[in-house]
Design a protein around this ligand. Sequence first.
Ligand code: GDP
Length: 361
Amino acid sequence: MQHPENDEKYASLQVNAGVGSQPSVNPYLKKIRRKPLPPVSELVDGIIKGDMTILSRAVTLVESINPDHYALAQEVIEKCLPYSGKSRRIGITGVPGAGKSTSIDVFGLHVIRNGGKLAVLAIDPSSERTKGSILGDKTRMEKLSLQEDAFIRPSPSAGSLGGVARKTRETIVLCEAAGYDNIFVETVGVGQSETAVHSMVDFFLLIQLAGTGDELQGIKRGIMEMADGIVINKADGDNIARAQLAQAQFKSALHLFPPTDSGWQPEVLTYSGYYELGIPEVWNMIDRYFDFVKANGYFERKRNQQARYWMYETIDNRLRQHFYDDPDIAAMLAERERLVLSNRLSSFIAARDVLDFYFKH
Ligand code: GDP
C-alpha cells in the first residue's frame, strides 16, 4: 500500500486557516476611563462629611508618586488639619502569626460596639518587594471589613520605609478629619518599621505569644522598650498556663528597663483574640493609659515631638529626593561611583564633588 507520506501533496507541517477576528463580547463596552479628580474643596468637604469613597480617593492621592497628585494631596491635608488630631492613635505590632489580624478584628469590633469609628492602616515596607501587602488587608479582618464604621487600608506600597511611613502619617490626618476617632497602625514586628510606627502613635501595643520557655529571646529589646502594653495572645485551651508563665517573665523583664518618659508603667496582659477572651481588659488598659498621659501632659508633649519629627523628616526626604531625581546629578553619580569602585577616587572626594556641583547648580 502507498504510504501517505509518499504522496507529493503530503506535508507534515502545515498552516491551518486561522479564525477571523471575533466580534466584541460586549459591543457597548467603552474604554474605561478614570473619573477626573474632583477639586480640592470637594475632596475636603467629602472627607469632613465622612464619605468613605472620597476618603479613599484622597488617600490614593497621598500615596501617588505623581508630583501633581502630591501637590494636590498636600492641599487637601492642609485643609483637613484643623479637623484632625482628636483620635487615639494606636500602634500594633507582632511577628507574623502572632495573631494581629485576628486581634485587630476583635479589638476593632470592641471599639465600634462602644460607639467608636475605626481606621486600620498599615506600614509594611516589604510590600514593595513582594508586590503585595501582607498587612492591613481587608480580607484578613473578616468581621471588621463588614462594618460601616471601619475603614481598612493596606500599606502604601511604593518606596522606602521613610516614604511609606510618611504616607501613613498623612493618611492619619485625613482619617481623623473624616471622623475616625480610633486609628490603628499595624506593622509586622520584624524590623525597622516599629520605630516608624512609634513615631506616629500615642500607644504602642506589642502582641506576643507564649513560647517554649525562651520567650524573651526572639524579641528585640528596642521593640519591648517602645511598648506601652504587652499582650500575650492565644491564652486559651491548654495554652493558658504557658501564657501566664510568659506574662510573669515579661513582667519581670520589664522591671529591668529604665522608667519610661511618660511615667506609665507598661502592663502585661493575656488574652485570646480567637475566642474573644480578655478583650475588654486589654481595652481598659488602653483607656487608663490615655487618662494617665492626658492628665500628666505627656500626651500633648509627645504629639508635639512627633509633629516636629515629621517636619524634619519630610524636609530630609524632599531634599534627598530633589537631589537624586536630578538627571545631571544621576549622571555624575554614576561616573564618580565607577571611579570610586575602581579605586581611582576616594569616596569623600567623590561625594564633595557631586555636592559642590549640586549646590552651585
Ligand atoms: P498575624 O499574622 O499576626 O496577622 O496572625 P493571624 O491573626 O493571621 O493569626 C495566625 C494564626 O493564629 C491563625 O491561624 C489564627 O487563627 C490563630 N490565632 C489567632 N489568634 C488566636 C487565639 O487567640 N487563639 C488561638 N488558639 N489561635 C489564634
